[in-house]
Design a protein around this ligand. Sequence first.
Ligand code: ZN
Length: 111
Amino acid sequence: MSTSGPRYEPRYSEEFNKKKDSKALRPHQDNLRRTCERLLINPYGAAGSHRLKYDSAGLRAATVFGSLRVIFKVCEECRKLGDGDLNALDCCESASTSDLTITFLDILDYH
Ligand SMILES: [Zn+2]
């Protein structure tokens, strides 16, 4: 098994894809792609990845550029921590989905 390639499989929400292709985020598409690539190798440590709280508990945020954040969820973490009830995704509850699945959900600007 390669130690440098991505270990995790990406999924992308409709919302994520819509924003990624929006005019506002077009200048950041390269940063966005690179950030997602880094997170697919190291979802818990790359790009300032951290767990969110309150309404977003169960999800993670990481830095794309400046105040731009990508919001995502790791099935593995969701299952391990037993926080499936918090912002649960179908993927995390489905036994047919690999633990090593990351769903990129949203792109937000916390300026
Ligand atoms: Zn999941």
